[in-house]
Design a binder for this molecule. Structure first.
Ligand code: ADP
Ligand code: MG
Length: 670
């Protein structure tokens, strides 16, 4: 933008149109020639009024000169620069530094103070905050608005608002001031003040171009250009002798901001702070979405853990290897060898096995003095904590359980079931330290089991089969080594209890164990689980995952749709704001950045609120509903991820939509 000096006609014009036409594509074949071959030169210091009947092309001419719109034909030079050679961003930068717009309806941003409105063009030009404030205050002061700096537009009269708009036009220097019907919306007295102001500006070297169909306004101008049907029908001619123009004001060309995101952050924050219900709705919907996702995650995790516990309790993480082989129907069952070496091999070589507990049991005779119980299930166990055959804890009512010392000492000690205690000892007699005979060998009673936690009813007895007596309490536990050495004979395992790390992989682990035993012994072994339980457990988990996924998905979609709806509504509500920002020099990407930042801040804020409140509310939820709720740290990451993803996914659409609006239509009043 250099001022080209041409020796013949003095300084080059600020505005130079040659043969400019603007054709609008109408409906169907119809075309509207809004401007038809306009040639016009306007110099610094001129005070021009463009007049003409309605529809003669005045506003279109204004938009072309102000680089808000492009000519269809012809050439338009601003301060020597052919605007046809500039891209969209180039035009934005030119608007920013060369033009100041004054509109009939002021077009101030309602949510900003007078001084913030005036500062707006400078924020896009990258002027520092301190300099911006000072300059805005100074300009408003010279326009007699020094005491209105912090007033919102709604708190000022029409004349005052128009003077704020003029101050905004002057913020970046404004070599050319474009005013479309600047007095159209205010009373005559205030209108006269505005015209005085514009005249004074032309005397200070600005080129002032007004549009008006009002003869009184035209009379005040130094030069009148009349349009009819897009053509210049009269021009009173340049009002200044060549060379007599005053110095044009220096364009304010401050250091270009190279951090556009920082400016976007500032605009976004201000816009969000002043967005009222719209911003609150966005934050609220994200908070709600995040909250429900987190609550569902917590609930789901709680239920999952409950199910895992229940499955473990029911023995779904346990496989039983039996030495009993059942042949074809009709053939008798027979015993196959099952040894400690097999137990070690399974523990060491099969994946997903956490421990292998060899077991021996037999129905034997237990007696004390003259009393005798027959049969009793005598179990030699390699587990040194009280547990049932199904892995649930089985508390003691008296004494202590078998210990590792008992194992090492091959001690003749026993823990007896409640039925045996009832039969062999009187109620007030402590069985601890007393002897019972198992298969003729004396054992010291160490502890007494409580009745089995899984007390069963009459009807279940059949189903429970051989375990029924054990559940009934007719059982004795002795250390594995003692049983192996003194009672059962070392090689003779009845079965192995195999505990798994992951109950889900029970099928493949069972197959691996079968394969291993087949390689060792050449025959098939029964490797079983309470299949019914584990299948239903698995099913439950799948159902629960599907349910959770569906509800979380719906929550996310609802939240996202609210954001899109709210911000799209925002875009149409904010067309004018976008138009104003574009007119004062915001590039498309400045608008995109502002909208993304706005949504981003709102969603991050919403995500944080949702996360915090669900962490705080989780114990409440658990207490009120009695539902299991579990929270883990990674939930917070999920929440933040959801919020940011929502912000990006649903913020980009309205942002691009906003940035795509062309300034003229964004500013259109109808
Ligand atoms: P004025 O400001 O003098 O009233 P305008 O410049 O607004 O006139 O419009 C000039 C002509 O161009 C009118 O006939 C108008 O209908 C037409 N026109 C203006 N803008 C558009 C547009 N975006 N699309 C189609 N026709 C348009
Ligand atoms: Mg008009």
């Amino acid at each position: 933008m250099t001022l080209e000096q041409t020796d013949r006609s003095g300084p080059a014009p600020l505005v130079e149109l040659s043969g400019v036409s603007r054709v609008f594509e109408g409906e169907g074949e119809e075309q509207v020639r809004a401007l038809d071959g306009i040639s016009l030169r306007i110099h610094a210091g001129e005070f021009v009024c463009v007049t003409g009947p309605s529809g003669s092309g005045k506003s279109t001419l204004m938009h072309i000169i102000g680089c808000l719109d492009r000519a269809t034909e012809g050439e338009c030079r601003i301060a020597g620069t052919d605007v046809g050679t500039l891209d969209d961003d180039g035009l934005a930068v030119l608007r920013r530094h060369a033009f100041g717009f004054v509109f009939q309806s002021y077009n101030l941003l309602e949510s900003l103070s007078a001084s913030a409105n005036v500062e707006l063009p400078a924020t896009y030009a990258g002027l520092r905050a301190g300099q911006r404030h000072d300059r805005a205050r100074e300009i408003l002061g010279t326009l007699g608005l020094g005491d209105r700096l912090d007033h919102r537009p709604a708190e000022m009269s029409g004349g005052e608002q128009q003077r704020v708009a003029i101050a905004r036009a002057l913020m970046n220097g404004a070599r050319v001031i474009l005013a479309d019907e600047p007095t159209g919306a205010i009373d005559t007295e205030q209108g006269a003040e505005v015209l005085d102001l514009l005249e004074a500006l032309s005397e200070r070297g600005h080129a002032v171009i007004m549009v008006s169909h009002d003869g009184a306004v035209a009379d005040r101008a130094h030069r009148v250009v009349e349009l009819v049907d897009g053509r210049v029908v009269s021009d009173s001619g340049a009002s200044l002798a060549p060379g007599s123009a005053p110095d044009t004001p220096e364009p304010q060309t401050p250091r270009q901001s190279n951090i556009p995101w920082l400016a976007a952050l500032r605009h976004g924050l201000v816009a969000l702070r002043t967005s009222g219900l719209r911003g609150a709705l966005t934050v609220f919907s994200v908070a709600l979405g995040t909250w429900s996702v987190l609550a569902l995650l917590g609930l789901s995790e709680g239920v999952r853990m409950d199910i895992a516990d229940a499955m473990e309790e029911m023995g779904a993480n346990r496989l039983s290897v039996s030495s009993m082989a059942f042949g074809r129907p009709g053939e008798p069952a027979r015993l196959q060898p099952l040894t400690l070496a097999d137990a070690d091999a399974i523990a060491e070589r099969v994946a997903n096995v956490s421990s292998v507990q060899p077991g021996m049991w037999e129905r034997l005779m237990v007696s004390r003095g003259g009393e005798l119980i027959d049969p009793v299930i005598v179990r030699a166990l390699s587990v040194y904590e009280p547990r049932t055959y199904q892995n649930a804890t089985w508390p003691l009512s008296e004494g202590t359980y078998l210990s590792e010392e008992d194992r090492d000492a091959v001690a003749q000690v026993a823990v007896i079931g409640p039925t045996i205690r009832d039969r062999l000892f009187s109620l007030d007699e402590s069985p601890l330290g007393q002897h019972v005979d198992i298969n003729g060998l004396p054992f010291v009673v160490k502890g007494v089991l409580t009745p089995h936690p899984r007390k069963i009813g009459e009807g279940e007895m059949m189903w429970a089969g051989p375990n029924a007596r054990e559940w009934d309490g007719t059982v004795v536990h002795i250390p594995f080594e003692t049983g192996a050495n003194l009672i059962f004979g070392k090689e003779n395992l009845n079965g192995l209890d195999v505990l798994l790390t992951d109950a889900e992989r029970i099928d493949e682990t069972a197959r691996d164990i079968k394969d291993l035993l087949f390689r060792h012994h050449g025959t098939e072994y029964g490797v079983t689980n309470q299949a019914l339980i584990w299948i239903s457990g698995k099913k439950l988990k799948t159902m629960h995952l599907a349910l959770f996924g569906a509800i979380a998905g719906i929550a996310l979609i609802l939240g996202g749709m609210t954001i899109v709806a709210v911000s799209l509504a925002g875009v149409s509500q904010r067309r004018r704001e976008i138009g104003i920002r574009r007119a004062v020099g915001a590039r498309r990407r400045d608008i995109t950045a502002q909208f993304v930042v706005e949504t981003g801040i709102a969603t991050t804020l919403g995500g944080a609120i949702g996360a915090l409140s669900s962490f705080a509310g989780s114990s409440l939820l658990a207490q009120v509903t009695g539902a299991p709720v579990a929270f883990e740290p990674w939930f917070a990451l999920v929440a933040l991820g959801c919020a940011i993803a929502m912000g990006l996914a649903f913020g980009i659409v309205p942002a691009r939509r906003a940035a795509g609006l062309d300034p003229v239509s964004a500013l259109a009043m109808d």
